[in-house]
Design a binder for this molecule. Structure first.
Ligand code: 6GU
Length: 237
């Protein structure tokens, strides 16, 4: 069975979108993963096809109704569907590579994309949704977050990338930013490629790349550097 993604959204035309091209698109055509986008509005209960209403307590915007969202989930997930149900929201836990690996290793995902000011909290709790954010900024809806999560998972599916590349990513550079890359020409606009990369000394190249990875992580991502150090200390103890 292929890794299957179901999207619950008010904008099903956004899927597969960019994931229909390039690496993910080829994998989709090969049946490595599947993508079903379902219109939440199809589950509206009234003739005006209402999906949202004003927030209790007042305030700006509209909130998606729990009854409509619940009906959309029921229609999308057969009883016993083993896939996790994820709600994309800036209130969620941050998406990271550990969660991506976990999701990619499973049967797939059901992704609820909110619009407006969000979804009624009761259906989030009743359905045991995992709330996930892709970063500390606000998007106009969960769809682009869903595309991001899917892209990150799909590239890890067996047969999508090539075993060599994925193995390298897993072991070598865990918890560090990537080192800088260079290609021809060896000199461009008066800028030379670092000499060590032209030397043919594989051990020296590896050492230089490691140093560059560590320096970049320390300078650009002190948060990630601290976590990586803690993990390394724990492994050594
Ligand atoms: Cl998943 N959704 C929205 N609307 N905004 C976000 C987000 C998700 N992640 C970060 N900001």
């Amino acid at each position: 069975m292929s890794w299957s993604a179901t999207l619950l959204t008010l904008f099903p035309e956004m899927f597969p979108g960019p994931l229909g091209t390039s690496l993910a698109g080829r994998a989709l055509r090969e049946g490595i993963w599947s993508c079903e986008a379902r219109d939440i509005r199809a589950q509206a209960l009234d003739r005006h096809r209402t999906v949202d209403d004003t927030p209790f307590g007042g305030g700006a915007g509209m909130v998606m109704r729990p009854d409509v969202v619940d009906a959309a989930i029921a229609a999308a997930m057969p009883a016993g569907d083993p896939r996790p149900l994820i709600y994309l929201t800036p209130r969620g836990r941050l998406l990271d590579q550990a969660l991506v690996r976990q999701l990619a290793a499973g049967p797939g995902v059901v992704l609820l994309c909110g619009r407006y000011e969000g979804v009624d909290q009761r259906v989030i709790e009743a359905r045991g949704m995992i709330e996930v954010s892709i970063g500390d900024y606000v998007l106009s809806g969960g769809e682009i977050g869903a595309l991001t999560l899917l892209d990150a998972c799909i590239r890890l599916l067996p047969g999508v990338m090539g075993a060599a590349e994925s193995a390298v990513e897993e072991s070598h550079s865990a918890g560090l930013l990537e080192y800088p890359q260079y290609t021809r020409p060896a000199e461009w606009q008066g800028r030379a490629v670092p000499q060590v990369l032209l030397s043919g000394h594989h051990a020296e190249v590896a050492r230089w790349r490691r140093q560059e990875s560590e320096a970049a992580t320390r300078e650009r991502r002190p948060d990630l550097w601290t976590r990586t150090q803690v993990a390394a200390d724990g492994a050594a103890a």
